[in-house]
Design a protein around this ligand. Sequence first.
Ligand code: COA
Length: 177
Amino acid sequence: MSSREKVDFDKVIVTILRQEDDLSTFCCENSDINDFIHNEAKDFQDERLGMSYVFSYDGTPIGFVTLSMADLKRDRMELEDRLQIGVENYPALQIGQLAVCREHERQDIGTFLCYFCLGKAYRFSEEVGCRFLVLNAKRDVISFYRRFGFKLLPKQEKRDQPLMFLNIFNKKQIMPP
Ligand SMILES: CC(C)(COP(=O)(O)OP(=O)(O)OC[C@H]1O[C@@H](n2cnc3c(N)ncnc32)[C@H](O)[C@@H]1OP(=O)(O)O)[C@@H](O)C(=O)NCCC(=O)NCCS
C-alpha cells in the first residue's frame, strides 16, 4: 500500500497481538510508544496487564492500541461530570499506546482506532460494567481527543500526560467522524 492511498476501512483487519507478530517496522511519531510496541507489548500482554490490538491493511500494520481496565475517581471530577449516584470509583476502559504509523497519519486511521475503543467500551459495559473511557494524553494530542468529546480532568496543568475521560453514555459528547 502506498502511503497516500486512501484506506478502505472495510479491509482493515484487527487482531490481538500475537507472539509471532513482527512489528519492528511499525513506527509512529512518538518514540516512547514505538519502544513499548517493539519491546514491551508482548510481555505486558502475557502478564494480562493490557491487551494490544494490531490494525493491518494489505498485510501491513498501520495502527496499534493497548486496552486495560481502569477506574476514575469521582471526587477528582468537576461536579457537572459526576454521575448522580453515590459511587466513588467509576469503572473505565483505559486506552494506551494508541498510534498510527507515521506514513499513514491524517488518513482517519486514528479516528478509526478511537471508534474501535469506544465500541469495545460499549460491549464491556454490557458484560462487566464500564462507564468511561480514560487515557493519559500526550500534550500535543489533547485536541485530537477533544474531537471525540474527551475532557481533561481538572488540575492536570502540571502533568506531563494529563488524564482525559469520556462518558460513553453521554451521547452529546460523541460526535460522528
Ligand atoms: C495522534 C494520532 C493517533 C492521530 O492519528 P491520525 O490517523 O493522524 O488522525 P486522523 O487522521 O484520524 O485525524 C482526525 C482529525 O484529528 C486531527 N489530528 C490528527 N492528529 C492530531 C494531533 N496530533 N493534534 C490535533 N489534531 C490532530 C486531524 O487533523 C484530523 O482533523 P481533520 O479531520 O479536521 O483534518 C497519530 O498522529 C499518532 O499516532 N501520533 C503518534 C502517537 C501518539 O502521540 N499517540 C497518542 C497517545 S496519547
